[in-house]
Design a protein around this ligand. Structure first.
Ligand SMILES: [Mg+2]
Length: 148
């Protein structure tokens, strides 16, 4: 299995973040997934994940709140990312690092996780503590897989 963070790795959500900081949408609207239709794939992320999907199970582990599940799922599907019960979102009240570390450590008890890709160094550190190879970008991951 390969586990991907969404924002900053597969998805560019800068338009939505801009709408939040300029007050066009409220924090509440942001957390329930307002304007997810402005999310765009980063470079060739869709093609890369589609290709990897033929060889690996894919999991999306995002710090987005569970309240934005439907909007996030729909947008990922619309963009062409492979979707099949594999989107994990953050419950209210947990910190992102703890939540990601907990989910990764649960995953490794049942599955071989060959990589965790996250643009946050703190989240990558959490992956390392669980013993998973970590990468900051999909291209770093691809370079590694080609060598392997
Ligand atoms: Mg991120």
């Amino acid at each position: 299995m390969i586990v991907f963070d969404l924002d900053g790795v597969l998805i560019d959500c800068s338009v939505r973040k801009q709408m939040l900081s300029s007050g066009d949408i409220s924090r509440h609207e942001y957390e329930v997934g307002a304007a997810c239709d402005t999310d765009m794939p980063i470079n060739d992320a869709v093609k890369v994940v589609q290709t990897l999907c033929a060889h690996y199970d894919i999991m999306y582990l995002t710090g987005r709140r569970k309240t934005a599940f439907d909007a996030t799922y729909e947008r990922l599907e619309e963009l062409g990312f492979p979707m099949h019960q594999n989107l994990i979102m953050q419950p209210i009240g947990e910190t992102t690092i703890e939540y990601k570390e907990q989910n990764l450590s649960d995953l490794v008890t049942t599955t071989e996780v060959v990589a965790f890709v996250d643009d946050s160094e703190e989240n990558r550190e959490a992956g390392k503590r669980v013993g998973i190879p970590v990468y900051g970008t999909i291209h770093e991951l691809l370079r590694h897989l080609k060598r392997a």
